[in-house]
Design a protein around this ligand. Structure first.
Ligand SMILES: O=C(O)CC1=CCC(=O)O1
Length: 265
């Protein structure tokens, strides 16, 4: 187990593979911890340095009081990369993790070779929607929003045929600290990256999933198409947490992109 003290938080992270290997950094979705990447990293070839971390208020990372801002989340990622001496990385972010990737590319291009924007967008939902969610969670805990969220996170067939996976992820979601979850809800509600993301000029892969009820494929595509030269991959029969539901296909798309950008020889 690894922890890093980075200003106001102690970050829980995992750092595996050769320390001098080409780096890939993974950032999670709201309400999850870095185990959502277990299946994907198991399918990636050796030789890569694979870094995952729990964002503030999630997993075993400490949980400052809400609200959080996207700038905090982007700084946390940059500080962790600096702490670990990681440069020239491919940064893979899912959902709010993909917003962190966009913010990092806008602010700290020096740390990056390329980004993967997975099940995300430059702006997700409306301010009112996130504000309402904050109130629902303040009143009833994460439990109050969990079932609706699982419908957006998993495809219909997965919910019917893989109950262990779905209930395991439900446990991950409902065990996150309420304050950390609310802090990140507030950060998403305040974030609009449309203009800064359209100015990005770095290699970008977008990943979307056909049954994603949180960031549907057209929304992901709109953001991806705003970045010149970007690529897009659609995973069928998967929802918002495509990396959990379809790790082999997800890893294959990622591996292809890592080869294209020279992160794998
Ligand atoms: O909460 C959701 O359903 C979707 C979501 C948006 C940002 C994130 O990380 O998850």
């Amino acid at each position: 187990m690894h922890f890093a003290d980075l200003g106001d938080i102690r970050v829980h992270y995992d750092d595996r593979g050769p320390q001098d290997g080409p780096a890939v950094v993974f950032a999670n979705a709201l309400g999850t911890d870095f185990r959502i990447w277990d299946g994907v990293i198991a399918h990636l070839p050796g030789g890569l340095r694979l870094i995952r971390y729990d964002m503030r208020g999630h997993g075993l990372t400490t949980c400052p009081e809400a609200p959080y801002y996207m700038g905090d989340l982007v700084n946390d990622a940059a500080k962790l990369m600096e702490h670990l001496g990681v440069k020239d990385a491919v940064f893979v972010g899912l959902s709010i993790g993909g917003m962190i990737a966009q913010g990092l590319a806008a602010e700290r291009l020096d740390l990056l070779r390329a980004i993967v924007l997975s099940n995300t967008a430059a702006k997700i939902g409306t301010h009112q929607m996130w504000h309402d969610r904050v109130h629902a969670v303040r009143d009833g805990g994460i439990e109050a929003v969990a079932d609706a969220k699982l419908e957006r996170w998993f495809a219909r067939t997965t919910r019917a045929e893989r109950p262990q996976l779905v209930s395991g992820i439900r446990a991950m979601l409902t065990r996150q600290p309420v304050e950390g979850y609310i802090g990140c809800l507030e950060a998403i509600g305040e974030t609009d990256l449309v203009e800064s993301t359209a100015r990005l000029r770095l290699a970008t892969l977008g990943i979307a999933a056909s049954e994603d009820g949180s960031t549907p494929p057209d929304l992901v595509r709109e953001t991806i198409e705003s970045i010149p030269g970007s690529k897009f991959h659609l995973i069928r029969r998967a929802g918002h947490l495509a990396c959990v539901e379809a790790p082999a296909e997800y890893a294959a798309a990622l591996e292809g992109f890592l080869r294209e950008v020279g992160q794998i020889a």
